[in-house]
Design a protein around this ligand. Sequence first.
Ligand code: NAD
Length: 348
Amino acid sequence: MNLLVTGGCGFIGANFVHEQRRQYPQDRLVVLDALTYCGNLRNLESLSSDPGVAFVRGDICDADRVAQLLRDDHMDAIVHFAAESHVDRSILGPLPFVQTNVVGTTVLLEAARKAQVQRFLHVSTDEVYGTLGPTDPPFTEETPLAPRSPYAASKAASDHLALAYAHTYGLPVVVTRCSNNYGPFQFPEKLLPLMILSALADQPLPVYGDGQQVRDWIYVEDHCRGIDAALRRGRPGAVYNFGGRAERTNLEMVHAILELVGKPRSLIRFVADRLGHDRRYAVECSRAEHELDWHARWSLDDGLRETVRWYREHPSWCQSVQSGEYRTFYDRNYTTRLAESTEVAQCG
Ligand SMILES: NC(=O)c1ccc[n+]([C@@H]2O[C@H](COP(=O)([O-])OP(=O)(O)OC[C@H]3O[C@@H](n4cnc5c(N)ncnc54)[C@H](O)[C@@H]3O)[C@@H](O)[C@H]2O)c1
């Protein structure tokens, strides 16, 4: 297969690209990424000499660029991760979320329709379902969408558009909705890497509100295997939920990290809560288990241990992200080649 992977330099996209290379070395991947503040080409650095992976810096809102890539590189399928993904940033400024998540996704869908790609895998989130009370049953794929943050609203809009393209035009779209991911390469504005890096550095750990917000945590590798299963075996027009069946409060997660890192709970600082903070998410993922034969393999304990180990063992990645040095990586490695108009280059 020839796969176009949007947002492949972000957290989940990069994990997906690595996983695909391990599983399907015969496939060819083109990564399209705008390298926004959270896009990090270093996440794909170890694939720099892999002839099966190419990188293109570009915006999914650029219709001509997307159409050209689908045409010239003969893409069979699109796996669409690219998004503005941080709820706090969406509260501060929703417009980029509408631009990338809604307009950008529609640009991709339209290009995919015209190029007649065989599969469009749209990566979405359980946040589109809204929030749950403490005793409510988990979200199923039939739960009505009720997003409550600008981020979730923009993702819900993109889900509706993706499914509308399946219904109206017969585009073979599959939508996946996953719970909170954790693992390697996550940008440290998100809860887990922020807490791990703060704890490692003996810095205060800021926890929103009372820390009792419940999330269902899934190790990123399990999510990537789910996306792969939905890509290759999912029903066109279907939605699949993925989750880790591991509901924990944010405070429980922070306590677990402090224990793994060996630091005291006195580092915790409770700070003013996020506006409109959803209290609980939980997903029912039995459809994916039955139809796709997908099962989460990682327990929360093992996944957290592995994640803390990864951040400990990659101080240079952590330091380049924290200092902002990672943002110069592309220019240092690509400027010459781009000047020579070799716009599709190897990663690294
Ligand atoms: N992180 C989670 O826990 C989680 C859970 C469920 C679903 N998701 C979804 O998974 C996808 C990936 O999430 P993530 O956490 O890896 O995000 P991320 O913020 O780490 O990465 C997003 C990537 O998209 C790229 N990008 C942003 N705007 C772009 C544009 N206009 N054109 C091209 N590239 C662009 C960025 O440069 C970055 O590489 C998102 O669609 C998100 O909604 C995330």
